[in-house]
Design a protein around this ligand. Structure first.
Ligand SMILES: O=C(O)Cc1cc(O)ccc1O
Ligand SMILES: [Fe+2]
Length: 439
């Protein structure tokens, strides 16, 4: 898998053939009476047929057998995956979690799907509006098992361990500090080596896009050419013992059996694909004179709502960069926000909290819940001699920021046993410096 080939570009019209079958893509039409090599043609639609061109997503897959050839779906156990947002009473407090536990194989075998734990979310897959945040913590590869989501798209943020993701479109190797997006309906299977953990942002009913750049101009932030898309890869593999296709549908898991691998797409073309992105390619823009810019300058991808400027969810990162602002309190300001702020940490530490917030953990600052730097960070930043300095070197924190009011699951508040009960104490030492006779 090292040296896997990719195509590049965000939302391009791609075309790819497995090199073992040159000419597998029909020329000049999508539905020949008989496809090259005796393949079946199948369209995967990621938008309504009638969407305007800039948001019209679909791909054509040329496969050994069509996806429809399977036995009926039956409900299966779904562990801690849920979209029930009323399991526990609402909690407006600042919440922080210690690194989520990853079980050892000897304790319990968990793969990417059975290792999904829903932490928080809001909205509803049936009405196609909302989001969920899941933690995946697993130790085993998916063998003769694949997954597809009818409810929405997965933005996957690995934090520990590499993911080898086989998709209908080909293979992706996704390492920590990279992210990938597997969109609604795309079948995929995840191989891991050892204990593996990360975060998933699921959005129902919208797709991620690159944010508008406004006065920034034509370049910057996440550049389209740095998004990588797999090349066609197929296996013609019979699985007499049964290949399990798992479907998340209306928040529930179902399984169906088929007798061959679903990764039997010999060639495909279209603009509806999985993709990955390396966060170190992000072109960071920051304040170079004074003041602290809002974190929207660090938006990698956005899932827009129908309200102008209001996201269903933004994926924002806090990458290594220079801090140079003069006469400025440089860390994040104290604030209350009309959006929900979920944060995770891939590596290192986060500038507003040197301790307490650890890689593989998380925090949630809900709508209008006050938050900001801990007392230690405040004292340091107000006393610091302001020189150009590297910020967040060797670290990578991120935020899922959402206009939804996120509810936390029972697993999040209780079962995970990771909630940090003393989080509020990090602000307790903040003291008044007010002196009416000093200006
Ligand atoms: O709360 C946070 O740590 C995230 C954040 C960072 C920042 O630089 C400004 C605002 C903000 O919400
Ligand atoms: Fe914040």
């Amino acid at each position: 898998i090292a040296g896997v080939p990719y195509m590049s570009g965000f939302g391009n019209e791609f075309a790819s053939e497995d090199p073992r079958c040159p000419g597998a893509l029909p020329e000049g039409q999508n539905n020949p009476q008989v496809c090259p090599y005796g393949l079946y043609a199948e369209q995967l639609s990621g938008s309504a047929f009638t969407c305007p061109r800039p948001t019209n997503w679909r791909s054509w897959l040329y496969r050994i057998l069509p996806s429809v050839r399977h036995t009926p779906f039956h409900p299966i156990d779904q562990g801690y995956l849920t979209h029930k947002w009323d399991e526990v009473e609402p909690d407006p407090n600042q919440l922080r979690w210690k690194p989520f536990a990853i079980l050892k194989v000897s304790q319990k075998k968990l793969d990417f799907v059975s290792g999904l734990h829903t932490l928080c979310g809001a909205g509803e897959p049936k009405s196609r509006n909302g989001i969920a945040v899941h933690i995946f913590a697993c130790n085993t590869s998916m063998i003769n098992r694949c997954f597809y989501n009818s409810d929405g798209d997965f933005l996957i943020v690995p934090q520990q361990g590499n993911l080898i993701i086989t998709t209908e479109f080909g293979k992706l190797l996704v390492e920590p500090n990279e992210i990938c997006v597997i969109q609604q309906g795309m079948r995929f299977s995840v191989e891991v080596s050892g204990e593996t953990r990360g975060y998933v942002l699921e959005v129902y009913g919208v797709h991620f896009e690159l944010p508008d750049l406004g006065p920034i101009g034509a370049n910057g932030l996440a550049n389209p050419r740095d998004f990588l898309v797999p090349v066609a890869w197929y296996e013609n593999r019979q699985v007499p013992e049964g290949y399990t296709v798992i479907n998340k549908y209306q928040g529930r898991l179902f399984a169906a059996q088929q007798d061959c691998s679903p990764f039997n797409v010999v060639a495909w073309h279209g603009n509806y694909t999985p993709y990955k992105y390396n966060l170190s390619n992000f072109m960071v823009i920051n304040a170079v004179a004074f003041d602290h810019a809002d974190p929207s300058i660090f938006t990698v991808l956005t899932a827009k709502s129908t309200r102008p400027g209001v996201a269903v969810a933004d994926f924002v990162i806090f990458p290594p960069r220079w801090g140079v602002a003069d006469g400025t309190f440089r860390p994040p300001y104290y604030h209350r926000n009309c959006m929900s702020e979920f944060m995770g940490l891939i590596k290192g530490h986060y500038e507003a909290k040197e301790g307490g917030f650890q890689p593989g953990g998380a925090s949630l600052h809900s709508i209008m819940t006050p938050h900001g730097p801990d007392a230690e960070c405040f004292e340091k930043a107000t006393a610091a001699k302001l020189q150009p300095e590297r910020v967040a070197e060797g670290t990578m924190a991120f935020m899922f920021e959402s206009s939804f009011n996120l509810a936390v699951t029972k697993w999040g508040l209780e079962t995970s046993h990771c909630l940090d009960k003393y989080y509020y104490k990090c602000w307790e030492p903040l003291k008044s410096h007010f002196n009416p006779s000093r200006k």
